[in-house]
Design a protein around this ligand. Structure first.
Ligand code: HEC
Length: 138
């Protein structure tokens, strides 16, 4: 009677099966060479296209709005067109002095416009005179 068992074969790694979740994980691994090559390609394309795109992106449209002549116009040009076009003022419906004062105050308190307090009244005077109900009736 034979009492010895046949030798146990050495362990083999299981072959990868199609749809094996383990294989899918390794394909999406961040260090997978195909993935690294794809990311490197995107980065070099971005670097190649970057400067031209950036230059175009910051080209501002030409200013077309013209402020009406009047006392205080230079102050408004100095204080109000750094952030947006003058047509933000010229396209408003006729606003009275109180409404223009509120608008200027909103630019200061909400949007951070650094308009000196002693300059604000002259700006409001100009806007109310040139873009107020009386100017609209002219
Ligand atoms: C620090 C930047 C800045 C300055 C300086 C500035 N504004 Fe504005 N202004 C804004 C922003 C931001 C908006 C809102 C933009 C938007 O909605 O597209 C705005 C909008 C406006 C509007 C449209 C109505 C509204 O309330 O949104 C008017 C009118 C206006 N500004 C007038 C003025 C006047 C007058 C001055 C000068 C006294 C001035 N702005 C200075 C930032 C500024």
């Amino acid at each position: 009677m034979n009492t010895t068992n046949p030798p146990i074969p050495p362990a083999q790694p299981a072959p990868a099966r199609a749809g094996d979740p383990a294989a899918a994980v390794s394909r999406n691994h961040p260090r997978d060479p195909r993935r690294v090559a794809a990311v490197a390609g995107l980065v070099s394309a971005w670097i190649a296209l970057g400067p031209a795109t950036a230059a175009d992106a910051w080209k501002l449209p030409p200013e077309k709005a013209v402020l009406r002549p009047g006392a205080g116009r230079e102050l408004v040009l100095g204080q109000c067109v750094a952030c947006h076009s003058a047509d933000y003022m010229t396209t408003q419906p006729p606003l009275d002095r109180a409404a223009w004062a509120a608008s200027v105050e909103k630019m200061r308190s909400k949007y951070g416009a650094a308009i000196p307090t002693n300059v604000a009244p002259a700006i409001v005077d100009y806007l109310a005179a040139q873009y107020g109900p009386k100017a609209a009736a002219r």
